[in-house]
Design a binder for this molecule. Structure first.
Ligand SMILES: [Zn+2]
Length: 56
């Protein structure tokens, strides 16, 4: 079990022991989407917003 810090709200994000680089996790505090960039030590960055621009 490892923890990373949310870059948005500095909240602690619990990561699974088998988390992999590139996984998308959600911050339990602010709800933003974060991408795992490093696993040892664990670090995350804000995941790019997926723009659903399909011209609905
Ligand atoms: Zn957060």
């Amino acid at each position: 079990m490892a923890d990373a810090e949310c870059p948005e709200c500095a909240g602690i994000i619990a990561l699974a022991a088998n988390v992999e680089v590139g996984e998308i996790v959600s911050c339990p505090d602010c709800g933003c989407k974060l991408e795992v960039t490093v696993v040892n030590p664990p670090a995350v960055q804000k995941a790019p917003e997926v723009q659903e621009d399909w011209g609905e």
